[in-house]
Design a protein around this ligand. Structure first.
Ligand code: APR
Length: 242
């Protein structure tokens, strides 16, 4: 059996694959398109400037999915919440996902580096606020009353992901790095494994249905469904730490 660290900081990067078993579509892999749109056609500031109604509709549909009672955290989300509760050190989950399944599963130490579907951003005052209903081009900001419009608080292609300083600080001092359900095609997240490797000896484990684009940078790859493999890994880590 492999030996892993028994204390210290664990950084967990998650991507769309961890929510696939909850019924939310991934971006790439089988299908690779949502709703017949290319990601770049609906997930860029240029797309929003060109056709705000189309972009709002696209995100309204995704936000509505989160209200579907069938969409709920799966065993992988729950296992990471358990890891945070029971691991002797610190656990930080950095997710590229804009759904709220990690927090619903009980994860508290969480960074949504690509923003959140359930938040809106005012184009006039730049305030970010909780938002669970549909957004329309006519929406008025409850903070400033401005009619400049609201957009989903989502980091689009060409925009800077959130809280990068905190993330890099954690990557450079972590004892273990896990990457779960991400194809490794979108930077800066795809480069996190490299930052960990350059910073020390921390093992780096990838869990994905298929080897990611950055598979060769990891010290270990486990191939399969997150709902099965993440609980198994969490069991191993907690058993070794106890
Ligand atoms: N368990 C584990 N992995 C899975 C599962 C599963 N049940 N189902 C799918 N996967 C894997 C796929 O094999 C694929 O490699 O999850 C990966 C999902 O990759 P992407 O769809 O590219 O998602 P992600 O890496 O999160 O995308 C990054 O791209 O468009 C942007 O901003 C968007 O945050 C997103 C970013």
């Amino acid at each position: 059996m492999k030996r892993y660290p028994t204390d210290g900081l664990i950084v967990v990067l998650t991507g769309a694959g961890i929510s696939a078993e909850s019924g939310l579509a991934t971006f790439r892999g089988a299908g690779g398109l949502w709703e017949g749109h290319r990601v770049e056609d609906v997930a860029t500031p240029e797309a929003f400037a060109r056709n705000p109604a189309l972009v709002q509709r696209f995100y309204n549909l995704r936000r509505a999915q989160l209200r579907d009672p069938a969409v709920r955290p799966n065993a992988a989300h729950r296992a990471l919440a358990r890891l945070e509760r029971e691991w002797p050190g610190e656990v930080l989950v950095v997710t590229q996902n804009v759904d709220d399944l990690h927090e619903r599963a009980g994860t508290r130490n969480l960074i949504h580096m690509h923003g959140e579907l359930l938040r809106a951003l005012c184009l006039a005052c730049n305030d970010s606020m909780p938002w669970s209903e549909d957004l329309s081009p006519e929406a008025v900001c409850p903070s400033c009353g401005g009619k400049g419009g609201l957009r989903p608080d989502i980091v689009w292609f060409g925009e800077m992901p959130y809280r990068m300083d905190e993330i890099y600080d954690a990557l450079t001092r972590c004892a273990l790095f896990l990457s779960i359900g991400t194809s490794g095609q979108v930077y800066p997240a795809a480069g996190f494994v490299e930052v960990v490797r350059e910073s020390g000896e921390a093992p780096t484990i990838e869990i994905n249905l298929e080897p990611s684009a950055t598979r060769s940078r990891f010290s270990e790859h486990r191939s399969g469904a997150a709902g099965e493999l993440v609980p198994a890994l969490v069991d191993e880590l907690l058993a070794q730490a106890s």
